[in-house]
Design a protein around this ligand. Structure first.
Ligand SMILES: CCCCCCCCCCCCCC(=O)CSCCNC(=O)CCNC(=O)[C@H](O)C(C)(C)COP(=O)(O)OP(=O)(O)OC[C@H]1O[C@@H](n2cnc3c(N)ncnc32)[C@H](O)[C@@H]1OP(=O)(O)O
Ligand SMILES: CCOC(=O)c1cnc2ccc(OC)cc2c1SCCC#N
Length: 389
């Protein structure tokens, strides 16, 4: 397969797969800031760059609408991600974020937003090295402007703006295969509202199964079973940071979260992120943690439903409570909050609970990528401790 753009980029190339004497680490060296292209890349004449101020409600609305109508769909065009405005504001404004990395393209005549790409700063540990990276996400070109080679220009422009901040690596995921995945994860889905999932055509009634039997199969208790299971609060940030840093240390690639990161990424935000701790009733020690984020999808072409309410497993840290029990409590609270499905990737130790908790394997895969950083060999998903939004 010809990758005319990606063959020009400092990423693992398919021709190098299997070559093991290449050194692990940056593929190209950092360059002096004076050598970074100072002016934006050229766009086709009728388009212009714009920086999207995600603190502006109006701009947030434009970004929301572009993604709602033009962002990722599954292969059967059954769903399209419908990130909420408050989710986008949360996802794009972590500690130390750069407005200049929220990049849009407008049609000069209509001023309509027609394309988008974002970066946020992150400290990612790769084996023993903590590397400053950009996490690149929300790459989107309006459906009417596809296959015009706009994406490579968007990617080069975000790369240029990241370079201007003296950052030379990036992390990103995609459903498509590009040069060259560091690992490939599989989605797993746990029905919470089986009737709706069958009605939209995602799930099918099992052989010799009635609807009532299916509903009973996925039934969950009304409340969590773990004593001391409660919503995370601001005062839990130091304890959760300790738990999480210790747990993520066992993975080859993982975020290097400090307390400010934990306060932003893991503190509950209604309709965006839900997180829970287990506080021992005896010692009041925080022993476990679990979290999931809210990412609805538009349901394309169904008479009865327009939106799928999906929860996505985020970071979970079991130390005293078995992971199986902790995740079952996460399912219980997700059901309480009226989610239709609970999704998880087979990263970290997620493989250990999916089957027993009645997840089914998805048919989509999520490929993880590093930009300008070579790993000697691909990872198993269980070696990955990174969840991108
Ligand atoms: C040091 C800092 C570095 C920062 C940068 C790091 C890298 C960040 C990389 C970005 C990470 C984003 C992560 C992220 O956002 C999460 S993955 C979600 C991506 N977005 C969507 O799928 C939304 C719906 N699709 C679209 O909007 C368009 O189809 C897009 C815009 C996807 C492509 O627009 P198009 O009109 O369909 O296509 P052309 O413009 O004609 O361009 C074709 C070229 O684009 C390559 N392509 C296609 N999909 C890609 C994808 N998902 N990543 C990277 N490259 C992708 C493709 O291989 C080909 O190159 P090749 O000829 O070499 O094969
Ligand atoms: C019911 C299970 O499927 C999904 O939750 C879902 C929802 N919306 C999507 C939008 C775009 C999309 O494009 C790949 C997939 C979905 C999926 S399956 C993969 C995500 C997970 N888990």
């Amino acid at each position: 397969k010809q990758h005319k753009f990606w063959e020009t980029q400092p990423v693992g190339q398919f021709k190098d797969v299997g070559v093991t004497d290449l050194p692990e680490g940056p593929i190209e060296p950092a360059t002096p800031l004076s050598e970074v292209k100072q002016e934006p890349y050229n766009l086709p004449a009728q388009y212009e760059w714009t920086t999207c101020d995600m603190e502006s409600d109006e701009t947030c609305n434009e970004v929301y609408a572009l993604l709602k109508n033009n962002y990722v769909e599954d292969d059967e065009n059954m769903f399209r991600f419908n990130y909420s405005k408050e989710f986008l504001s949360w996802a794009l404004r972590p500690p130390g974020y750069y407005k200049s990395w929220h990049i849009g393209v407008r049609a000069k005549a209509s001023k309509k937003l027609v394309a988008f790409i974002t970066g946020i700063p992150a400290r990612i540990r790769v084996r023993g090295e903590v590397v400053k990276m950009a996490e690149v996400n929300f790459l989107c070109v309006h459906k009417k402007l596809r296959s015009k080679r706009l994406a490579p220009v968007m990617i080069k422009e975000v790369t240029r703006r990241v370079h201007l901040e003296n950052i030379w690596q990036a992390a990103y995921t995609a459903g498509v295969v590009l040069p060259t995945p560091v690992t490939t994860a599989q989605y797993w889905h746990r029905s919470l509202n089986p009737k709706k999932l069958i009605d939209v055509g995602f799930s099918r009634l099992g052989a010799r199964m009635t609807m009532s039997r299916t509903i009973k199969l996925y039934k969950l208790p009304d409340s969590p079973v773990t004593p001391g299971f409660r919503k995370m609060e601001l005062r839990d940030v130091p304890a959760v940071t300790r738990l999480l840093r210790n747990y993520l240390a066992q993975f080859v690639v993982a975020p290097d979260f400090d307390e400010d990161d934990v306060e932003h990424w893991l503190r509950p935000v209604e309709n965006v992120i839900d997180s829970f701790v287990v506080e021992s009733p005896e010692t009041h020690e925080i022993t476990d943690f679990c979290s999931f984020y809210t990412l609805p999808s538009s349901i394309l072409g169904n008479q009865n439903y327009s939106t799928l309410k999906a929860a996505y497993s985020y970071y979970n840290v079991p130390t005293k409570t078995p992971l199986l029990q902790l995740m079952n409590d996460a399912l219980i609270v997700a059901k309480q909050k009226d989610f239709d499905v609970f999704n998880a990737l087979d990263v970290m130790f997620n493989e250990s609970f999916v089957k027993e908790l009645k997840f089914g394997p998805g048919d989509g895969q999520l490929h993880y990528y590093l930009y300008n950083y070579r790993l000697q060999q691909a990872l198993r998903p269980s070696e990955l401790g990174l969840v991108l939004l």
